[in-house]
Every structure is written in C-alpha cells, then in structure tokens.
Design a protein around this ligand. Structure first.
Ligand code: ADP
Ligand code: MG
Length: 273
C-alpha cells in the first residue's frame, strides 16, 4: 500500500515571541492508502491545528505536509484551493452545512463544485446518506435536523467526491454511543472501500475499535502510535469497560492511552531518526 498522507516535522506556532503557543511540535506521521486513523489526546494537544494544516486551511510555521505525493506548501494559492476541493474531504467541529440547501443538496454540492454532479454522483450522494441512516431526511434542511444528523450529513459530504484523504474533527461529538459506533463503523468501511486515507479526531477511545492505527498527541507532540490490531482492540475494549464503570463525565476526562499499552519498539515508536 502506498502512503497517501505524510507530514515531516510539521510545526505550528501561534502568536508572537512574547506570547507564543507551540500548538503542533515537529509532528511526523504517515497514513497509508485505505487506512483509517484515530487521532486522540487531551484538549489543547494540537489535534485540530494539525487537521487544519492537513486540510490546507492553515499554513505550518515550519515542516512540510504531503498528500498523495504533493507538497501542500509548494502549491500556489489557486492550486491549493483546487486541490482542497478535489482531494480533501473534511468535517470540522462546527459542521458548516449550507442552511438553505437540503441534506442531499449539501452533499451534492461537493460534486457540483467539482463539475461532477452526474447520475453516478447523485446516486452516490444518496447512497451515502442512506448508509449513514438518513434515508428519511434527504430533503430536510439543516435546521430540521438534530446535531447528530447534521454531523452525519457533513460526513457524507466529506466522502462523496472520493477525496484522497478525509479529515474529521470529532465527528461523533453529538451522537449517542450506539449511533456513534454505527457512524464510525460506516465511516471506516467507506474509507477502506474507496482506498483514500482517513483521520478522525476523537475523544472517545472506544471508537478505536474501527481504526487501523491510533496516534496520540500530548502538548503538540506525537507521544504514542498504536498499529498492532490486538493492542488497538484491547484499548477499545478496555475503554468500553472503563466507560461502563465510570460516570460519563469521568470517562470523558480519560483522554490518554492507559499504561497497559506501553510502547514496545516494533509497533509503538515513532521513528524520529
Ligand atoms: P485540540 O484540537 O487538541 O484541542 P488545538 O489545535 O485546538 O488543540 O489547540 C492547540 C493549542 O493551540 C491550544 O493551546 C490552543 O489554545 C492553541 N490555539 C489553537 N488555535 C489558536 C489560535 N487561532 N490562536 C492562538 N492559539 C491557538
Ligand atoms: Mg480540537
């Protein structure tokens, strides 16, 4: 499998010398074609900043980002805008649906912008919404949908044009647990089917059940990478166990991969050499 997304020591510093915040600190990660990755870590660890740079919405202070072999920093503003529209799908915490378009029209919009709203495209837009459990809501406006339903429309919109990478920031934040599992499973299936790469930020370690790799950030740095299936499965099931034991509030604060999955060299170390 080829590498679809790569960052090389990417760094983001906000503010000036007096009040600088190093939000992302020399992060080097890789995502393979068809790979679905969970990006986890405490609030403020730099996940959204990293995603925004990968979406070519924010410039890095230093380092480089590559998607499908192309370096984002080497593109002109015009090329970058086009690349973003064609090769990147994203859903951010605020889902930014167009208020006067229906659910289906919001999804179709990505195809329309790319000049690809033909019969096949229309079928795909509808199929995605059906697979995400929105068959009854195709013609509803965003304001006629719950927060969770809006999030699912945003996921369909991020995938419909078969971008090289799909970036989703907390896509399950307003879903109940059962629905969150369903949505993440569908999301995972779709990433695997279309052989792009996917990165999902999540604060819920139970959702790692459906991912191929878990990347943890703390204080702007990558502190852990899990790629071993058995390790990821035990992380997911231990998190489910913890969630069942704890009140939901306590569980929400458990944002760092517990010690059971201490790094061992062959799977967990990011090669910083
Ligand atoms: P996360 O998504 O993991 O919560 P963020 O990327 O949103 O992390 O934030 C990382 C750090 O950068 C935090 O300390 C945050 O306060 C800071 N930060 C984020 N966006 C900005 C901004 N536009 N200006 C200044 N600081 C910011
Ligand atoms: Mg965030």
């Amino acid at each position: 499998m080829a590498i679809i997304l790569r960052t090389d020591e990417v760094t983001k510093v906000y503010g000036n010398l007096n009040a600088a915040v190093v939000a992302v600190d020399k992060v080097s990660i890789e995502v393979q074609q068809g790979e679905f990755v969970a990006l986890v870590g405490p609030s403020g660890s730099g996940k959204t900043s990293l995603l925004a740079m990968l979406a070519a919405l924010l410039s890095p202070t230093s380092g480089s980002l590559f998607i499908d072999g192309q370096e984002l920093g080497r593109m002109s503003e015009r090329e970058r805008t086009r690349f973003r529209r064609e090769q990147i799908g994203f859903t951010f915490q605020a889902n930014n649906l167009v208020p006067y378009l229906t659910a289906l029209e919001n999804v179709e919009l990505m195809l329309r912008l790319n000049g690809r709203l033909d019969g096949t495209g229309k079928t795909r837009a509808k199929d995605l919404l059906v697979r995400l459990g929105l068959e009854d809501k195709l013609n509803n406006l965003p304001k006629q949908l719950s927060g969770g339903q809006q999030q699912r429309v945003a996921i369909a919109r991020a995938l419909v044009h078969r971008p090289a990478v799909v970036l989703a920031d907390e896509p399950t934040a307003s879903l109940d647990t059962e629905r969150a599992f369903q949505v993440v499973e569908t999301f995972s299936n779709l990433i695997h089917e279309q052989e792009g790469g996917g990165i999902m930020v999540t604060h819920d370690l139970r959702m790692t059940k459906y991912v191929d790799k878990v990347i943890q950030m703390v204080d702007g740095k990558v502190t852990r990478i899990l790629e071993d299936r058995a390790q990821i499965d035990s992380l997911a099931s231990l998190s489910s166990f913890a969630a069942a034991e704890a009140s939901s509030q306590e569980f929400d604060s458990q944002l760092v991969i517990p010690d059971f999955a201490r790094p061992i060299p062959e799977y967990a170390l990011i090669d910083q050499a």
